[in-house]
Design a protein around this ligand. Structure first.
Ligand code: HEC
Ligand code: HEC
Length: 423
């Protein structure tokens, strides 16, 4: 891995300090991360604003977005829906038997109420992972190897399952677009908001760095990397991208594993193919109240982080450290995530450090609000049960927006909720 210097772009260096944290594996106190130019995925001559753009297909309908044909989609969906048995590789330490157990509402690839447990230790200066990693697996094939949070691990958090429908479009957004978005936020908010960019390793590209965008902590930049990670960490199934067996609180569990061999890359490829071929979550019913609520959403600053429209890189763009070319089905598409895929401190951070290094300890990715009407447990921990409760937890970078929310009339608040219910 190259050691790369932080270069401040002169044009805005005076205005604010550009923070790019590098992945854990390459970070140290002296390495401030890669230069912005090293992360560029667009050529200097490519001006996205001048290119024609088409709307990304949306629907909770189990139909392909065109990345593969419908027969290919159906096969990939079947693999995603599959439940593994212990003699097929599941476990012995795991969270669930198949991807669709947790990504299922209202169709495979959506969200679910299932939460996971994370833990670590913070001594006031340094965060340390729980033995066996910050993810505490909640199931085991034998009671004697059940993982538990050990005494003294004072950082503890729940995390809800995330939506993956439409994530192929998110993956196809160029690093440059996310970096520009973060800069815009700073100016749009009078310096109060600037989403943090982190550069994380793309596992299938020998750890090449890319702007993280997946997971509550932006711990991954590629859907294939995430699939490999999930296969071992959620289901206990090792694979070429993640060859190390899980442990129980740090202790080996090989003797409980009837099938210790590494699975072929095939399954993880199929999971990635499924995710890349999913349509975006569709909008719900738009009403007069939701239209009015949308205006308020934009006017008081929610949309600075919950960005309504984003676009993908042109077809043919090389992304994921060179491991993937943006396909025609995903290129030059406009989509509506109501998120920025950047990290913020809004006072809700769970204290866990993943690929972003220490500066991200108390930051969380803006929850993309597409499909939020299918969720009844909100925020990363699922602990807010109404939209109003979720909004009132926004402090830190979002405090000034929450203050504006608090000054809205009852009708305006009701309409804002109607808008969220239409997403
Ligand atoms: C036990 C429940 C569970 C299972 C099983 C599971 N996931 Fe997840 N998934 C989650 C949770 C929880 C998150 C959020 C993780 C985080 O950020 O800490 C997540 C996040 C993701 C994301 C990131 C989505 C985004 O937009 O940020 C992807 C991609 C993903 N999972 C793919 C998979 C695949 C592929 C499988 C099967 C190999 C799988 N998951 C199995 C619970 C699960
Ligand atoms: C500074 C950026 C920022 C601003 C401004 C902001 N949000 Fe958020 N929002 C976030 C982040 C970050 C999260 C995730 C926090 C967590 O899970 O701990 C979030 C989560 C949410 C959620 C929960 C979604 C889910 O799927 O769990 C809702 C609803 C929401 N925001 C609505 C709003 C509304 C409405 C406004 C304006 C009043 C607003 N937000 C302003 C960053 C922001």
């Amino acid at each position: 891995m190259n050691r790369i210097k932080l270069v401040l772009a002169a044009s805005f260096a005076a205005a604010f300090v550009w923070t790019i944290a590098s992945g854990d594996r390459v970070s140290s106190q002296t390495n401030k991360g890669p230069a912005k130019d090293d992360l560029s995925e667009l050529s200097a001559s490519q001006n996205l604003a001048l290119r024609p753009v088409t709307e990304a297909p949306a629907g909770f309908d189990n139909l392909t977005n065109g990345f593969v044909d419908q027969a290919g989609f159906n096969t990939a969906l079947e693999t995603f829906n599959e439940r593994e048995e212990f003699d097929e590789g599941l476990g012995p330490i795991y969270n669930a038997a198949g991807c669709a157990e947790c990504h299922t509402n209202p169709v495979s690839g959506g969200i679910s109420q299932i939460t996971e447990l994370r833990a670590g230790k913070f001594n006031g200066f340094v965060f340390t992972d729980h033995p066996g990693g910050s993810l505490i697996q909640s199931r085991a094939s034998d009671a004697s190897i059940q993982e538990h949070i050990l005494d003294g691990y004072n950082v503890q958090s729940f995390r809800t399952s995330l939506n993956i429908l439409g994530d192929g479009f998110v993956e196809a957004v160029a690093n440059d677009t996310l970096i520009a978005l973060s800069q815009n936020q700073f100016f749009q908010s009078g310096g109060r908001i600037s989403g943090q960019i982190i550069a994380v390793p793309v596992v299938e590209a020998n750890g090449a760095l890319r702007v993280g965008r997946f997971g509550w902590k932006n711990q991954h930049a590629s859907l294939l990397s995430f699939a490999g990670d999930a296969y071992v960490n959620e289901m206990g199934i090792t694979n070429p991208l993640f060859p190390d067996e899980l442990t129980s609180n740090g202790n080996p569990v090989d003797m409980f594993d009837p099938l210790p061999n590494i699975e072929s890359l095939e399954d993880t490829d199929v999971f990635a193919e499924f995710m890349r071929a999913t349509k975006a979550p569709p909008r719900g019913a738009v009403t007069a109240a939701s239209v009015s609520g949308e205006q308020t959403f934009n006017a008081i600053g929610c949309a600075i982080c919950h960005v309504p429209t984003m676009r993908t890189a042109p077809a043919g763009t090389l992304i994921n450290g060179g491991a993937l070319t943006v396909s025609p089905a995903l290129g030059d598409k406009s989509f509506h995530p109501f998120g920025d895929f950047l990290l913020h401190d809004i006072g809700t951070g769970d204290g866990i450090v993943q690929n972003g290094g220490p500066s991200t300890r108390n930051k969380v990715r803006t929850a993309p609000l597409w499909g939020v009407r299918t969720r009844n447990r909100l925020m990363h921990d699922g602990e807010s049960l109404t939209f109003t409760d979720a909004i009132l937890r926004h402090r830190g970078e979002a405090q000034f927006v929450t203050n504006r929310f608090n000054t809205l009339t009852t009708d305006e608040k009701r309409n804002l909720t109607a808008f969220l219910r239409s997403l």
